[in-house]
Design a protein around this ligand. Structure first.
Ligand code: TRP
Length: 362
């Protein structure tokens, strides 16, 4: 048995390796997009913001449009890892699907589903749990970090085991690529270890049941929240995709800057100002240094006015589409029902293979 759960998200070698491998993968995807299936997803804990858009959503739509088969998971069970009750879950799930659709995920090509609605996926958790040790689960750096920041007084069993459930999310559809941020690398390593161990124990060398999935690290731009901290759904420091033009203006007006009037792009020395410059640059499709030079001595107020206009112009079509879709909840529910049915068929086929390999098919 191989045990390779020691490297964490702060381990530069792991991240650098994944980036190198990601560049190779990108080349193969460009050559033969139709041979790749990608799975990724989000916890439905609130509306997606601009950080999500430029970090991951845009990349998913790009892959879809290149011809990669996209499976996009609304990880509803996973919400319960760091809280006792998942409140307003239906609304949050539907909001997330609206964000996906507005951003350009096309339910005709991409499968959008919730894992709670795919029983065969969840059943994979049992054999998978038998393939990892309690010590390995306890070493997962992302889980450790989440426990440290959890609002619960006790750590639940799900907190320790959700990376194994996430392996089921990835392996049920035999996804070859998993577009994620770097905090998810330890989870991807769990999925790879489980695939390898399952194949070793129950498969034959010529006929492995599971491929080993690979991370496709998104080149997430360093966008900060308006308070200068990490952009987050729960801190109220992020512009939501669904925000109105006025809400956007209000948030950006209150954004933290610094005392220096002359605007420059220098993410290390001036993180808050540079994050605003970058946001404008991403929306305008321009180089951030040029954007900063264009503002020059006109100061933070001029920068904020530019950022607000850039966001509101760039996202106007997306927001209009979202508002239109939001008026038809029946459509959102149909998208999910179709996606769940497609995912269930894939999961049933994989589970049948797993049970055959394990000799428990009666
Ligand atoms: N853990 C991911 C997050 O918090 C969400 C997720 C669940 C996921 N299952 C997944 C991501 C499978 C990629 C693949 O963002």
């Amino acid at each position: 048995m191989t045990t390779t759960l020691d490297s964490g998200p702060s381990d530069d070698l792991g991240v650098a390796g994944a980036r190198r491998r990601g560049a190779e993968l990108e080349r193969s995807i460009r050559e033969r997009p139709g041979t790749f299936r990608a799975l990724t997803g989000d916890r439905p804990t609130g509306r997606l913001h601009l950080g999500h858009y430029f970090g991951t959503l845009q990349n998913r739509v790009r892959l879809q449009n290149m011809g990669v088969e996209m499976m996009v998971l609304v990880a509803d069970y996973q919400v319960l890892t760091d809280r006792d009750v998942a409140d307003r879950l239906t609304e949050r799930v539907e909001d997330l699907v609206l964000d996906y659709l507005a951003a350009g995920l096309d339910p005709g090509r991409a499968t959008i589903f919730t894992h709670s609605a795919v029983p065969a996926l969840n059943q994979l958790l049992l054999p998978f749990l038998s393939l990892v040790s309690v010590a390995e689960l306890g070493r997962n750096p992302t889980v450790k970090d989440e426990i440290a920041h959890s609002r619960q007084s006790a750590v639940s069993g799900l907190m320790f085991t959700y990376p194994v459930h996430q392996a089921a999310d990835i392996l049920f559809c035999k996804a070859g690529i998993v577009p994620v941020g770097q905090d998810q690398l330890p989870h991807l390593e769990v999925a790879r270890v489980i695939a390898r161990r399952f194949n070793n124990r129950y498969g034959t060398p010529s006929n492995p049941v599971f491929p080993e999935p690979e991370a496709l690290l998104s080149a997430a731009p360093l966008l900060l929240g308006t308070d200068g901290a990490k952009m987050s759904k729960s801190r109220g420091n992020a512009v939501a995709l669904a925000a109105t033009a006025d809400e956007t203006a209000r948030l950006i007006r209150g954004a933290k800057t610094d005392a220096e009037r002359h605007i420059t792009y220098d993410p290390i020395a001036r993180p808050e100002v540079s994050s605003l410059v970058l946001l404008a640059a991403l929306c305008l499709g321009r180089d951030p240094h040029e954007v900063a030079a264009g503002i020059g001595g006109r100061g933070a107020a001029a920068l904020k006015a530019l950022v607000t206009d850039a966001i509101n112009d760039h996202f106007a079509p997306l927001r209009a589409r979202r508002a239109e879709l939001a008026g038809d909840r029946g459509h959102v529910r149909r998208v999910l029902r179709d996606g769940n049915a497609r995912a269930a068929a894939v999961a049933a086929a994989t589970l049948a293979e797993v049970r055959t390999a394990m000799g428990v098919l009666y």
